[in-house]
Design a protein around this ligand. Structure first.
Ligand code: HSE
Length: 443
């Protein structure tokens, strides 16, 4: 029987992920010990209520409401409480006491990341957070380690399973956003209050984490441009399909040149975007996640899998636990979070993208020329134009004139120029309505 060094692991939280982490740790303890060369002793599980409901049977003697004592006696603290407080206080206390910390807490990292990384650096501890972005999918370690010698140019992530489920459902079965949301709620994908998912807040937190890591720059959550999917209509999904696109809520992190100064900066943004049906991200269905990374030397890589789920996310936490334990065995200080590049975060107007704009217009001579001149005045080049007349020769709206639908696809331009074009088009007296404005990404 091999005698291993003992590492004390404190678990904070026994929710859907925490309970699975405890179960795996207790069931696979011997195997994990052989892998890392140290035994991982689960010293306790801090919970709010020791009699609360659990998704797994956990030994009662391990449950405690005294998180503080548990933290102070630990080599490694696993924080799976979620939210900002008391998680922040506990994580800081753990780091300040010299313990390594593993967290799945995207909200905490996106809002207090620099404070936590500083605290870790002060004592040579390490903060691990593989489970904070895209659940089971390994993406933090590839960005931090595997691609550390490369330069990441862009990340396109489907990092929210609820919204991917909703958009995929609308694409496959037709129907409205509200219908698809109701199905997502029924099947347990959407939470009772789905705001964080459908308004893009969850994806924005993940974008801030990914951009900070990929570009060695602190990207604050407030600098992430965010737009959710609540205004997406069945007609937009159908029109996207006819044009060879699929609509996805993307978290986009990009290194790019400021169009005015030419200086290098970064962008982090979340919005629903049209993606070609040939792009690998178009094949991400249901509640799955995927992160498509474009790096200068490695080229394009895609990481795909379950973005949520207690057991799936527990896998990522256990991976971090093994890494932390191996570091304890080998010794040496933790690797500090790298923010050396310190690039400016560019506003949404400075990014380069393409728009697809749908307009209802008067079907009369000269209308197209008027609209084309508005594009030209803003130096936006039109790539495609599809006109359809709903009912040819039908009586005009209000009895005065007939109307047509125009779908205009642009070449790449700055978002500022594209947005200004849309504003000018919307004000034109030949345009009855701008019914859809979507960005095209992934080209
Ligand atoms: N609510 C998230 C999702 C999972 O729908 O993907 C946790 O980040």
């Amino acid at each position: 029987m091999i005698e291993y060094r003992n590492l004390r692991v404190a678990l904070l939280g026994a929710g859907s992920v925490g309970a699975q982490v405890a179960k795996l740790l207790l069931e696979h303890g011997d195997e994990l010990a052989a892998r890392v060369g140290a035994s991982l002793e689960l010293t306790g599980i801090a919970v709010r209520d020791v009699d609360g409901p659990r998704t797994a049977d956990l030994p009662r003697h391990l449950l405690t409401t005294d998180a503080q004592s548990l933290i102070l006696g630990a080599d490694i603290v696993v924080e799976l409480i979620g939210g900002i407080e008391p998680a922040r206080t506990h994580v800081l206390q753990a780091l300040n006491s010299g313990a390594d910390v593993i967290t799945a807490n995207k909200a905490l990292l996106a809002t207090h990341g620099p404070e936590l990384f500083d605290a870790a650096e002060q004592v040579g501890a390490q903060l691990y957070y593989e489970a904070a972005v895209a659940g089971a999918i390994p993406i933090i370690r590839p960005l931090r380690d595997s691609l550390a010698g490369d330069r990441v140019r862009r990340i396109l992530g489907i990092v929210n399973g609820t919204t991917n489920f909703i958009l995929d459902r609308m694409d496959r079965d037709g129907g409205s956003f509200q219908d698809a949301l109701a199905t997502a709620t029924e099947l347990g994908y959407a939470e009772a209050d789905p705001t964080a998912d459908i308004e893009g807040y969850d994806a924005a937190q993940k974008a801030a984490i990914l951009a900070s890591l990929a570009f060695h720059t602190t990207v604050p959550l407030e600098a992430v441009h965010r737009q959710g999917i609540t205004a997406i209509t069945g007609a937009e999904i159908e029109s996207a399909r006819r044009a060879g696109y699929v609509l996805k809520l993307l978290a986009i992190c990009e290194r790019l040149a400021d169009p005015v100064t030419g200086q290098e900066g970064v962008s982090a943004r979340v919005y629903p975007a049209l993606v070609s049906r040939d792009h690998p991200l178009a094949a991400v269905h249901g509640a799955n996640n995927a992160v498509f990374v474009e790096a200068e030397a490695a080229g394009s890589l895609m990481f795909y899998g379950a973005g949520a789920g207690g057991l799936e996310t527990a896998s990522a936490v256990l991976g971090d636990l093994v890494s932390a334990a191996r570091r304890h065995v080998v010794g040496g200080p933790g690797v500090a979070e790298s923010t050396h590049a310190d690039l400016p975060v560019l506003p949404i107007g400075s990014i380069t993208t393409r728009y697809q704009i749908t307009l209802e217009v008067a079907d009369e001579p000269g209308v197209l020329a008027r609209i084309a001149s508005l594009f030209s005045e803003h130096e936006v080049s039109v790539e495609t134009l599809v006109q359809s007349v709903a009912q040819a020769g039908a009586p005009a709206r209000g009895g005065a004139r007939s109307t047509a639908t125009l779908v205009i696809g642009t070449h790449a331009a700055t978002d500022a120029a594209l947005a200004a074009t849309v504003a000018a088009v919307a004000e034109s007296d030949v345009v009855d309505a701008v019914t859809s404005v979507l960005r095209v990404e992934g080209a």
